[in-house]
Design a protein around this ligand. Structure first.
Ligand code: 4AD
Ligand code: MG
Length: 461
C-alpha cells in the first residue's frame, strides 16, 4: 500500500472516510490507558493526525504504548470521521510498526519550550510547530521570489562565492586560505603568492559586481544565494552567513528600482498569505498577534519615499532622545531607522539619496556631488530590509570615486569593462532573505529563521 501524506489527508479528509490508508511519521505525543492508546502523528505536514490503537486490534499493543515522543511509526488503519470531536477525523489502527525508537532523553518531551532552549537543539527544533511554520514560510517565500522574477523575464544567475573583491568596501570579508597559519606564525613569514589562488581572497559579501557583467548581457538578472559577512555585531538582525537576493536591471533609474522592490515585497507577502494559511495563523496566534494585520496593510498601502536629508530634518525635530546624535552626514543607526518607520510613518519607507561618504563606491553620484542615488527600504520591526542603488555608469566618475577610496583600478578591470562597452543607466538591490523571513513570520531574532545560525562568536554543526 502506498503511503498517504498527512497534508493530502487533511486537505480532503471527507473523501478518505471509511477507507484504509497507510501513514508514516513521528510521534508528538503517545498516551495510553490499559486497552486503548493515542498517538499524535506528524510527518512534516503542518497538522498532525490522531492515531487510535486498541489492545483488541493490534498484537504489539504494549510495544507501541511504551514508545517515547519522537519515535517514528508506520500505521495502517481506517479513517474515521468524527464530526463531534475537536479534530474532524482520526485513524483507527489495524497495524502499527515501530520504525525507530526515540531515546528517553528526547528534548521535546513536553510542549511550551522557550525559543532559546529550542535554539540549542537544531536537530529536533524543526519538529515542533514553530519551526515547522517558519521554515515552511522560508521555503514558500524563496519560491515566490523565483516565481516573481521568472514571470517578469529576469534571468537567474549564479555568482561566485570565493572572490578577491570586497563589493561593499567595508572590510568584512572572511578570508579563505590554504596556507598553514600555525607555520606562518612560527616562522614569522607570510608568502601570499604561495596561497591557493596566489593572492588574498575571501567569501563574497555580495554578488552584485559579478552579476552586473551578466546583467549587461541579459538586461535583467537576479542572484539568490549565500553571502558572508565577518561583522562583529551581536544583534538580532546580523548573521555571519545569510542569503541575499539581488536583482539588477539595465536601462533603469532609482525610481524603477524602488518600483520593483515594492512590487516584489507585496507579491511575496501575498503569495505567502495565500499558500501558508495554517502556518501564518499559527504565527499570528503564538508569536506576533499583529502579524496578519501588518502583512495585509503592507500589501494594501503605498510605501513612503523620503530622502535622507528629509529624514535628518525629521529626526532633528523629533521629540526623542537618541543615543547616537543626529546631524547631516552621519550613518543612520537602528534607533533612527526605527523612529522613522515605526513612529513617523508606521509602514515601509524608502530612504533615498544618502551622503556619498557613508555608501559604497559603485552608487551613482547625484548632481549635488554630495549624495548618491542610494535607497534603503526600512520596515517596522526590522529596520533595513533592502539596500540598493542606481549604479555609477559613467566610467570617469566611477574611476574617480574608486581613486578617492583607494581601490585599485587593475583589480576591477573586469567590472570597469562594463562601463567601457555599452554602458547604460542601471540599478538593483539586495534583499536580506533572513530579515524578510523574520518580517513574514514575526520572529524577532535572526537565529530563529536559520536552522544552523552562524553569528559572531557562535557556530554549531
Ligand atoms: O545593504 P547591503 O550591504 O547591500 C549590498 O550588499 C548591495 N551590494 C546589494 C545590491 O545592491 N545588490 O546588503 C543588502 C541587504 C541588507 O539590506 C540586509 O537586509 C542584508 O542584506 N544584510 C544582512 N542580513 C543579515 N545579516 C547580515 N550581517 C547582513 N548584512 C546585510
Ligand atoms: Mg545596506
Amino acid at each position: 500500500m502506498k503511503r498517504t501524506e498527512i497534508r493530502d489527508l487533511n486537505k480532503k479528509f471527507q473523501d478518505f472516510g471509511g477507507k484504509e490508508i497507510k501513514v508514516c511519521g513521528w510521534a508528538r505525543t503517545v498516551r495510553d490507558s490499559k486497552n486503548i492508546g493515542f498517538i499524535e502523528l506528524n510527518d512534516g505536514s503542518f497538522k498532525s493526525v490522531q492515531i487510535v490503537f486498541e489492545r483488541a486490534k493490534i498484537q504489539n499493543y504494549d510495544e507501541v504504548a511504551k514508545q517515547n515522543v519522537g519515535a517514528s511509526f508506520e500505521v495502517v488503519g481506517t479513517v474515521v470521521l468524527t464530526p463531534q470531536a475537536k479534530q474532524p477525523f482520526e485513524i483507527n489502527a489495524k497495524s502499527v510498526v515501530v520504525l525507530g525508537e526515540s531515546a528517553t532523553d528526547y528534548p521535546l518531551q513536553k510542549k511550551g519550550h522557550t525559543i532559546e532552549f529550542l535554539r540549542s537543539i537544531p536537530f529536533v527544533r524543526a519538529r515542533g510547530n514553530l519551526f515547522n511554520a517558519v521554515f515552511k514560510v522560508r521555503s514558500v517565500a524563496a519560491f515566490a521570489i523565483h516565481k516573481f522574477f521568472n514571470e517578469r523575464g529576469f534571468v537567474y544567475v549564479h555568482t561566485p562565492i570565493i572572490t578577491s573583491n570586497d563589493c561593499e568596501g567595508a572590510g568584512e570579508m572572511f578570508q579563505v586560505t590554504t596556507l598553514d597559519l600555525e607555520r606562518i606564525a612560527k616562522e614569522g613569514k607570510l608568502q601570499q603568492n604561495k596561497d591557493f589562488f596566489g593572492k588574498k581572497v575571501g567569501l563574497t559579501v555580495s554578488g552584485q559586481l559579478h552579476e552586473e557583467c551578466l546583467t549587461m548581457a541579459f538586461g535583467k538578472t537576479y542572484t539568490f544565494g549565500p553571502t558572508f559577512r565577518a561583522e562583529k555585531s551581536n544583534t538580532t538582525r546580523h548573521a555571519a552567513e545569510f542569503w541575499m537576493m539581488e536583482p539588477e536591471m539595465c536601462f533603469s533609474d532609482l525610481q524603477d528600482v524602488m518600483d520593483n522592490e515594492e512590487e516584489m515585497v507585496k507579491y511575496v507577502i501575498s503569495y505567502v498569505l495565500n499558500e501558508c494559511h495554517d502556518e501564518i495563523e499559527f504565527l499570528n496566534r503564538f508569536v506576533d498577534n499583529g502579524l496578519i494585520d501588518r502583512l495585509t496593510n503592507v500589501v494594501e498601502n503605498k510605501f513612503e519615499r523620503v530622502s535622507y536629508t528629509q529624514a535628518i530634518d525629521i529626526l532633528l525635530k523629533a521629540n526623542e532622545k537618541f543615543v547616537f546624535p543626529v546631524k547631516w552626514g552621519v550613518d543612520l543607526q537602528s534607533e533612527h531607522e526605527k523612529y522613522i518607520t515605526e513612529k513617523v510613518y508606521k509602514k515601509p519607507v524608502f530612504l533615498t539619496d544618502y551622503p556619498k561618504e557613508i555608501k559604497a563606491f559603485y552608487m551613482r553620484l547625484n548632481d549635488d556631488k554630495k549624495t548618491v542615488a542610494a535607497v534603503d527600504l526600512l520596515v517596522p520591526g526590522i529596520g533595513e530590509l533592502i539596500g540598493g542603488s542606481q549604479r555609477e555608469e559613467r566610467l570617469d566618475v566611477l574611476k574617480q570615486r574608486m581613486n578617492e577610496l583607494g581601490l585599485k583600478e587593475e583589480d576591477y578591470k573586469w567590472y570597469l569593462d562594463t562601463r567601457r562597452y555599452g554602458t547604460n543607466k542601471h540599478g538593483g538591490y539586495g534583499l536580506g532573505f533572513e530579515r524578510f523571513v523574520m518580517y513574514l513570520t514575526g520572529i524577532s531574532n535572526i537565529r530563529d529563521v536559520e536552522i544552523f545560525p552562524r553569528t559572531f562568536g557562535s557556530i554549531e554543526g
